[in-house]
Design a binder for this molecule. Structure first.
Ligand SMILES: O=C(O)C1=C[C@@H](OP(=O)(O)O)[C@@H](O)[C@H](O)C1
Ligand SMILES: C=C(OP(=O)(O)O)C(=O)O
Length: 453
C-alpha cells in the first residue's frame, strides 16, 4: 500500500443482529505462497480465490520484478508463468513489500540463494520490524547482507553463488522464518533441516509437497516438527484454489457472537489445525460455533462455519496455543471484553513485532474504551462487562487487525468506537466494510482533528 495515504477514520456504532451467508476473501498466507511457488515452478500455475489485498498484490509485483509473468484473467483467475528454481532475475529497482512481513521475509529467503542483488523496502510499519530472524540463517547459507544495525528495512542482499545447506533450530515460533529457510533450500545442493520446537502454520510444507518438492515432515513427541528438504528442487506448476482466510473470518465471527440475535454462515473457511486456535478458544468460551461439510481442498482442510450470538465466559488461553492463533489476539481481546469473567492470554511476546506492537495497541484501545484489563511483557488479562464499553478513539499504528478488531467492538458497545485510520485494512481484507455492512453492521465516517499516525 501507499506509504503516504491520508488516514481515513471510521466509527462503528451499536448494530442490530447480523444476518447472512457470506464468503470471505482468500487466505493471505496461501495467496503469498502460491505466487511465490508459481514463480519458482517451470510453466504455468493458476490460482483461483487469490486474496487481492495490498500485501498480496505487492508480492505479485515483486515476483514480476524477479522475472515471472503474472496475469489476472477476466474470471479472476491468476496465471503465473514461472522462471523455475535457479531462474530468478535481478530486479531493476528495489522491491517494495509495503506493509507485509510475510512478503518480505519469504521473498528474502527465495532470493537469498540466487546469485542476484536485491534491495528490499517497505512502509513505516514494515521498516520497524525485525528482519534479522531470517537474515541470520540466510547468512549461514552464504547470503551477503548490507543492512543498518538491527537488520531493518531498507536493506540489500546478494544471494549466495554456492548456497550451503544448514540445520537450523527456530529460536522463535515463526512460520515466516521457517518458510524463508525452506524457500532458500530449494536452490541449495544437499539437505536443509529445520527443527521447530512448536508447530507453526505449515502451508509452505504442504504446498511444496504439492509442487513436487522432496520434503519430509516428522512430528516430535513435544508438539514440534523436523522438516527436511533435499535440494536442488524442481517445482512443477499447479492449479491452486485458495480457501477463505480464517483470520479474516475471525472478525465476522466475533461480531456475530457479541451482537445479540446474530446468525451468520461463512463458506469454505480454511481449517488447518495450525490456524484454528481462535475457534477452539471461542468454543471453550461458550460460543455457538458449528463447522459443517468438512473436506479437503487443495491439500488443506476446509469447512463451512455457522455462528450465533452467545453468552461468552472468560478462559485461560495457554502460551502453547499462541502459534495457532497468533494474528487473532486483537479480535479475541474484543470477544473477551464482552465475556463474563476474566480471560487470560499468555505467550504473547511475538505480538510486539507485528504490524504494530499489538499488545500495546490492544491495551491502549481497551483503555480508550473503558475495558478492565492488565498487560504484562507477554501477557494480557481482560475482565469483561465490568463497565459500559466504548466511546473511545483507537490509534491503529498502520495495523489492519487493530483497526478491524476495534470496529467490531464498536458494533456491540454501549457507545460508538472510532478508529483513527482504516486505509491499511486493504492489506488483508479490502471487502471488510462492505461485507460487514451487508450483514447489518453500522459504520459512519468520522473526522478527527490532527490524527497522529
Ligand atoms: O507465514 C505466514 O504466512 C505468517 C506467519 C505469522 O508470522 P510469524 O512467522 O512472524 O509468526 C503471521 O503472523 C503472519 O500473519 C503470516
Ligand atoms: C502479522 C501479519 O502479517 P505480516 O506479518 O505478513 O505483515 C498479519 O496479517 O496479522
Amino acid at each position: 500500500m501507499s506509504h503516504s495515504s491520508t488516514p481515513v477514520p471510521l466509527t462503528a456504532s451499536a448494530s442490530s443482529a447480523l444476518r447472512g451467508h457470506v464468503r470471505v476473501p482468500g487466505d493471505k498466507s496461501i495467496s503469498h505462497r502460491s505466487l511465490m511457488l508459481g514463480t519458482l515452478a517451470v510453466g504455468e500455475t493458476t490460482i483461483s480465490g487469490l486474496l487481492e489485498g495490498a500485501d498480496v498484490l505487492a508480492t505479485a509485483e515483486t515476483m514480476r520484478a524477479l522475472g515471472a509473468r503474472i496475469e489476472r484473467d477476466e474470471n479472476g483467475i491468476w496465471h503465473v508463468h514461472g522462471v523455475g528454481v535457479g531462474g530468478l532475475m535481478e530486479p531493476a529497482a528495489a522491491l517494495d513489500f509495503g506493509n507485509s512481513g510475510t512478503g518480505a521475509r519469504l521473498c528474502l529467503g527465495m532470493v537469498g540463494t540466487h546469485p542476484i542483488a536485491v534491495t528490499a523496502v517497505g512502509d513505516a510499519s514494515l521498516s520497524r520490524r525485525p528482519m534479522g530472524r531470517v537474515l541470520g540463517p540466510l547468512r549461514r547459507m552464504g547470503t551477503e547482507v548490507v543492512a543498518r544495525a538491527g537488520d531493518r528495512l531498507p536493506l540489500s542482499i546478494r544471494g549466495a553463488e554456492t548456497p550451503i545447506p544448514i540445520e537450523y533450530r527456530l529460536p522463535i515460533a515463526s512460520a515466516q522464518v521457517k518458510s524463508a529457510i525452506l524457500l532458500a533450500a530449494l536452490n541449495t545442493q544437499g539437505t536443509t533441516t529445520v527443527f521447530e520446537p512448536t508447530a507453526t502454520r505449515d502451508h509452505t510444507e504442504r504446498m511444496l509437497k504439492g509442487f513436487g518438492a522432496a520434503i519430509e515432515v516428522e512430528p516430535d513427541q513435544n508438539g514440534g516438527r523436523v522438516i527436511r528438504i533435499h535440494g536442488p528442487v524442481e517445482l512443477k506448476p499447479q492449479d491452486v484454489a485458495v480457501p477463505a482466510d480464517p483470520s479474516s473470518a475471525a472478525f465476522l465471527i466475533i461480531a456475530s457472537l457479541i451482537i445479540p440475535g446474530s446468525e451468520i454462515s461463512i463458506d469454505n473457511v480454511m481449517l488447518n489445525p495450525t490456524r484454528t486456535g481462535l475457534f477452539d478458544t471461542l468454543i471453550e468460551m461458550g460460543a455457538d460455533l458449528t463447522i459443517s461439510n468438512r473436506r479437503l481442498s487443495g491439500g488443506e482442510p476446509v469447512g463451512d462455519i455457522t455462528v450465533r450470538s452467545s453468552r461468552l465466559r472468560g478462559v485461560t488461553v495457554p502460551a502453547s496455543r499462541a502459534p495457532s492463533m497468533i494474528d487473532e489476539y486483537p479480535a479475541l481481546s474484543v470477544a473477551a471484553a464482552f465475556a463474563e469473567g476474566e480471560t487470560v492470554m499468555e505467550g504473547l511476546a511475538e505480538l510486539r513485532v507485528k504490524e504494530s506492537d499489538r499488545l500495546a495497541a490492544v491495551a491502549a484501545g481497551l483503555v480508550a474504551n473503558g475495558v478492565d484489563h492488565h498487560a504484562g511483557p507477554d501477557w494480557l488479562t481482560i475482565r469483561g462487562r465490568t463497565a459500559p464499553i466504548g466511546g473511545g478513539v483507537v490509534e491503529t499504528h498502520l495495523d489492519h487487525r487493530i483497526a478491524m478488531a476495534f470496529l467490531v467492538m464498536g458494533l456491540a458497545a454501549d457507545k460508538p468506537v472510532t478508529v483513527d485510520d482504516t486505509t491499511m485494512i486493504m492489506t488483508s481484507f479490502p471487502e471488510f466494510r462492505s461485507l460487514m455492512t451487508s450483514l447489518g453492521a453500522v459504520f459512519s465516517e468520522a473526522e478527527l482533528p490532527g490524527t497522529r499516525r
